[in-house]
Design a protein. Structure first.
Length: 343
């Protein structure tokens, strides 16, 4: 196992604990109005007929390695890391290198496509002399710094290991730091603000921002907790984070959302050699309904999950990636939550 992977695995394992797979779902202090909830569409089988158990999944590619996450540009390209390069993988045809830059050489933990079409890549400070940063990679391969540790304001913990990453329709980034247990919003112009610090932001690996609800959902530790925090128009939290559900005995990682409002989360536990995709159903108020549904089990360590988008990739499937190069497709019966479209 590479040194970077061992280091991150050891650090994350210290904060991830649990026993049997059970779920609890405290009610939210304030319910989300039904009018703001993403409405079910006419895609078959539809939100009322989602699978209640495991579905068939299959391997799409095993050519992207040193890569925890993936993203889609909406034009038929899967964006991922392949060693020191950022690559575009079409559904049909050869993989194309977008950028090969020394700053991309280490393991990338987060990756998302901005509304502009540029790609954000989260690079941790995992070795002496490295600085944690979010890199911005343009379609022509040009690499610049969207945000670095040096830009952290006084009074906030340092920026060391950015992990979970998502972006919203305004081009703002939402990122976790698993070394310092914090959640940050980085505005489109690179200005950071604090969303949560401490126990409520511990071990956060998966983030998904719900533009319709102005709500950030995220996975964390201990005990497989899924939380949410609402924000106002300026991106400031409206109240403290709230627990959506606790999935005991899991090691939660990547997170995404369908148009029905449900969450899809990766449960990745190398110690138990258990790698799964779970669905957490939410009601109209945003509370979890029942226990999780196990949709798929994988034969290799996985971490990231995103809905397909663009020609050649199924919009009613999620694609699950891992650091050893494999990407799996899982048909889940619903399309992803409405997202912005990159130009």
């Amino acid at each position: 196992m590479p040194r970077v992977t061992r280091m991150l695995s050891l650090m994350l394992s210290t904060c991830l604990t649990g026993a049997s797979l059970t779920a609890s779902a405290p009610a939210f202090a304030q319910a989300v109005p039904e009018a703001r909830r993403p409405q079910p569409q006419d895609d078959a089988p539809g939100c009322r007929m989602l699978p209640r158990g495991s579905v068939h999944s299959w391997l799409v590619t095993e050519s992207v390695y040193q890569n925890e996450e993936l993203a889609f540009d909406g034009k038929g390209l899967l964006i991922a890391k392949k060693g020191e390069a950022l690559v575009a993988v079409p559904a049909f045809g050869p993989t194309r290198v977008i950028s090969r830059d020394a700053r991309l050489a280490t393991l990338s933990l987060g990756l998302r496509v901005l509304p502009s079409g540029d790609v954000l890549v989260a690079q941790p400070a995992v070795a002496e002399g490295l600085t944690a940063k979010l890199l911005r990679v343009r379609p022509d391969g040009t690499v610049s710094e969207f945000f670095t540790a040096a830009s952290m304001p006084p009074g906030l913990p340092p920026f060391i290991i950015p992990n979970g990453l998502d972006v919203d329709a305004g081009g703002n980034a939402w990122v976790s730091d698993v070394a310092t247990s914090q959640l940050l919003r980085i505005s489109a112009n690179g200005t950071p603000s604090s969303i949560a610090v401490g126990a409520e932001a511990q071990g956060v690996s998966g983030l998904v921002f719900d533009d319709a609800r102005s709500t950030l959902f995220y996975t964390g530790a201990p005990n497989g907790t899924v939380r949410r925090v609402r924000v106002d128009a300026s991106g400031r939290p409206v109240g403290p984070p709230e627990v959506v559900t606790v999935l005991q005995g899991t090691r939660l990682d990547g997170l995404t959302q369908d148009r029905c409002g449900n969450l899809y989360v990766v449960d990745s536990d190398p110690a138990r050699k258990r790698f799964r995709l779970l669905r957490v159903d939410l009601d109209a108020g945003g509370a979890a309904v029942g226990g999780p549904t196990v949709l798929a089990t994988f034969d290799d360590q996985v971490s990231g999950v995103q809905f397909g988008a663009g020609p050649g990739y199924d919009a009613s499937s999620v694609y699950v990636s891992g650091i050893w190069g494999k990407v799996f497709q899982v048909p889940v019966g619903a399309k992803g939550a409405p997202r912005f479209s990159a130009p």
